[in-house]
Design a protein around this ligand. Structure first.
Ligand code: NDP
Length: 332
């Protein structure tokens, strides 16, 4: 493993992205998101993705000089066009308009469109909850997950992120794939030679397997069987047809075998609790739920792992596999 500080990791990402065709503002935004993920030890959205991103820009498929634009479609609906760049810059640009719109209307939706690889949902929803809002975010990707009872992939691993503000400290945040496992985690298991749980997926023959390579060649499964599959279906509809963006099957056809990041959209919904009738009480009321959960041995709140890691990594730094470090240097 190669150890580095968060600052060194950030500089490495900026440098690699810049040398492959990103302008400074896009390189900073993308690197910022990657290192935020590394800092929380969410490796599947960290430097692991850097070679893929750099190759996408170098090939000309992703716009390294994207200039995202904001448009108000209705009093409570905003659209941010990512200008065919990677998602982080558009997400930065869209944040404040969404906050303002939610505060004005009580509820607001933001449709992110024409962006490559909308990664983890927690950065979006956590930032909104830090501004006192409740938030929900969804995105689709490529077809990796079979429909309930089927064997061929149709849905993305379609994550759902949710955040709720808290009076002290970071918000309550969960962010989970609707598949049994995130794709990146299966890829990392394949890279590192680890088995995956039997619930992760099936091979091309439709049989369950613990071999990550066989799952990658076959189909992943929704978490909890048909229930996870229905959530994946909902995400496809909200992040695709609702906002005029690709379904996962269409994103794959658009990529046309290039192996690049998926092009598509993200729907983020923000709610201002001050406008829902219990502006004074909702925070304390929510805390009552968290206290009841944490009173039980063996529980923790979602997000707690990331927040604990976030305190450690600025001092301890991060580690990435030597092979990944070499791949990154080879691109520079
Ligand atoms: P996990 O299964 O690791 O975690 C899902 C959520 O559950 C997290 O909020 C986690 O909090 C929480 N959690 C985990 N264990 C517990 C526990 N014991 N008690 C309470 N809460 C718990 O995540 P996934 O593998 O499903 O997804 C990983 C990431 O990948 C997500 O950020 C997701 O957005 C992203 N993703 C992106 C996709 C895309 O197409 N862009 C597709 C699929 C996933 P904590 O973080 O604190 O552990």
């Amino acid at each position: 493993m190669i150890k580095m500080s968060l600052k060194e990791a950030h500089e490495l990402a900026v440098s690699c992205l810049s040398k492959n065709g990103c302008d400074a503002v896009n390189a900073q935004a993308i690197a910022g998101r990657m290192i935020q993920a590394e800092g929380d030890m969410c490796h599947s959205h960290g430097l692991f993705r850097l070679p893929w991103y750099a190759k996408g820009v170098k090939s000309g498929r992703a716009n390294g000089a994207a200039n995202p634009s904001v448009e108000q479609l209705a009093p409570g609906v905003i659209r941010v066009d990512g200008d065919m760049g990677y998602a982080p810059l558009g997400q930065e640009v869209g944040h404040q308009p969404l906050v303002d719109c939610a505060r004005e209307n009580g509820i607001a939706a933001l449709a992110f469109v024409n962006m490559f690889h909308i990664a983890a949902m927690w950065p979006e929803v956590e930032k909104l909850a830090n501004d006192g809002l409740c938030a929900l975010a969804v995105t689709a990707s490529y077809p990796y997950v079979a429909p309930a009872g089927g064997t061929k992939p149709i849905y993305g691993t379609n994550p759902i992120g949710f955040a709720w503000p808290r009076p002290d400290g970071p918000p309550l945040v969960f962010d989970q794939a609707s598949s049994s496992m995130a794709r990146g985690e299966i890829q990392i298991a394949a890279r590192d030679g680890h088995a995956v749980p039997e619930t992760a997926g099936i091979g091309p023959d439709g049989e369950t397997t613990t071999d990550p390579n066989v799952v990658l060649a076959g189909a992943q499964l929704g978490f909890g069987g048909y229930k996870g599959a229905s959530l994946a279906m909902m995400v496809e509809l909200l992040a695709g047809p609702l906002i005029g963006q690709f379904l996962s099957i269409e994103a794959k056809a658009d990529d046309d075998g290039r192996g690049g990041a998926p092009l598509g959209g993200e729907l983020v919904i923000a709610l201002d609790p001050a406008k829902f009738g219990d502006a004074q009480g909702f925070l304390a009321h929510g805390e009552k739920l968290f206290e009841a959960i944490l009173a039980q041995d063996g529980t923790r709140l979602p997000g707690a792992r990331r927040f604990a890691n976030r305190k450690k990594t600025p001092q301890e730094g991060i580690e990435i596999p030597e092979s990944l470090h070499r791949d990154i240097l080879d691109l520079m």
